[in-house]
Design a protein around this ligand. Sequence first.
Ligand code: AMP
Length: 295
Amino acid sequence: MNSNPIFGIHMQLYTTVRNLQKSISQNKQNGQKIAFVPTMGALHAGHLSLVKKAKQHADLVVVSIFINPSQFNNQQDLLKYPRMLEQDAYLLEQIDCEILFVPLASEVYPAGLNPELKLELGILDQVLEGEFRPGHFKGMLEVVYRLLDIVQPDILIMGQKDFQQFTLVFNMIRQLKIPVQLIIGETLRESDGLAMSSRNMRLSAEMRKIVPIIYQVLLELKNQLYISEIDDLLSRELEKLNASGLITDYLRIVDGISLEPVLNPKNHDCIVACVACWAGDVRLIDNLVLKGPLH
Ligand code: AMP
């Protein structure tokens, strides 16, 4: 455990698997329920809302901060990813998080460990982000699998902000029969609708003024779902996004479970609109449930 006073007196900070597991197993022996919130740091109110949710479901919350290199398909994105551990630890301490785990890559991926996962994912990791970030989901699933193996939580909390990631983790847990309950946390937004993201701090002042259009477009898709033809609706809203100065990777309306494109909303119980676009050199993603429930 790190006894550095900047991390306060309540929260325990671990950097090694061994020490983390020692502490967790002591707590488990005392009958405590463990919830786990994996993050890549640069924490904002969205992350903190997941920790608060975790606290409602468990006796002890473990948050990890690990910028997983294997899920970055773009080296520049990895290099530019914000790192602010002291501030993150301070924020977590303020909301009474019990354990912060900040491992080195060598702890997460020790030599000799073969993280190859055998999963039947169909199109789930191929569409949307899968089309634009090859290898991203493979790296993401590997790290979530490995972190679950390390922490062995009763509950895993993940945000709807990364809706496709949530869907993939949901399927992995089911297929591999991992004994953990997955709970979704809603997306926290700025007052103008922009989904909170660690990447937002890299937006230029000019782009920051433009990006609320992403949420406006998602709301418009929701309002128009049963009024316009889906193709017309999507091309109209896509035009709006691109005319604003953003460069859109995709804007889609998909089934919330299979991620197949939706042609007729009446044929689906759950529908989600998903978007990814570039605001200058910052890539943003967002989504909105148009017809629910999600899970
Ligand atoms: P990240 O640090 O970006 O890997 O995110 C860690 C977790 O926080 C993931 O489960 C995300 O889905 C979730 N998250 C990211 N942004 C938000 C947000 N604006 N509101 C709620 N949860 C979020």
